[in-house]
Write a protein that binds this ligand. Structure first.
Ligand code: SAM
Length: 221
């Protein structure tokens, strides 16, 4: 049984107010973050930190993104109810839950087998039902394309061309692009074959691995 008591709801409300103060203006995004119980994604040892605006380890050397980052990317995506959204980097599944709360139909792909297995079992137990895929999401999920929105939750060396190809007309891709340690948030919008590129703030994501990401065998010096 997943507990969500008044204390946790209170801390979530406080987190939402903090995100609003930090500049997140889309009330639908804030409402979605206010609904997803972030503490259930945390181990007992880290439970007290669940509503801090910080990224935390989820095992396998990966992280659950900072709430501000989740809110920032989600706001840039501009998700509408019924949108078909592809997420690259399922991780804990938290971001997928936020997208589902916005009424999207969510496809999510994870490259780490253990995280994929864990999250594919855990999210439905919480009542969240995205479509789960295992594999190299830097190439997208071409079988289910096109997508209205694509969100990449790991840092890419370049904008993956496959993801641009898999965007629907009027589609939006949000992807952090840059070095292994620091990336600029990029938004690509596709309109009648024309691509518009916008750049936003700097973030620090774990690397997007794979064919159109970083080589998993390349170790940092
Ligand atoms: N969205 C996640 C959440 O809500 O918890 C956080 C994602 S974590 C910052 C980045 C994730 O991207 C990791 O779980 C990592 O294994 C995954 N990843 C890295 N390269 C990938 C790839 N090519 N395809 C799919 N997932 C990938």
């Amino acid at each position: 049984m997943i507990e969500d008591n008044y204390k946790q709801r209170g801390l979530r409300g406080k987190l939402v107010r903090k995100l609003r103060q930090k500049g997140i203006a889309d009330e639908r995004v804030l409402e979605a973050i206010g609904k997803v119980p972030r503490h259930v994604f945390f181990d007992d040892a880290l439970l007290n930190h669940a509503y801090e605006d910080k990224a935390f380890p989820i095992g396998e050397g990966q992280t659950i993104s900072q709430p501000y980052t989740v809110a920032f990317q989600t706001e840039l995506l501009g998700v509408k109810p019924g949108d078909k959204v592809l997420e690259i980097g399922t991780g804990s599944g938290y971001q997928a839950c936020v997208l589902l709360e916005l009424g999207a139909k969510v496809y999510t792909i994870e490259f780490n087998r253990k995280l994929y297995e864990r999250t594919k079992d855990f999210l439905p137990a919480l009542g969240y039902h995205p479509y789960f895929f295992f594999g190299d999401g830097s190439k997208g999920v071409p079988l289910r394309a096109p997508y209205d929105k694509i969100i990449v939750t790991a840092g890419a060396p370049v904008v993956p061309d496959s993801l641009v190809q898999q965007l629907a007309n009027h589609g939006v891709l949000v992807v952090p692009v840059g070095g292994r340690d620091k990336q600029t948030m990029v938004r690509i919008t596709k309109n009648n074959g024309q691509l518009k590129k916008e750049e936003f703030d700097t973030f620090a994501f774990v690397p997007l691995l794979g064919k159109e990401g970083w080589n998993p065998n390349d170790r940092k010096p």
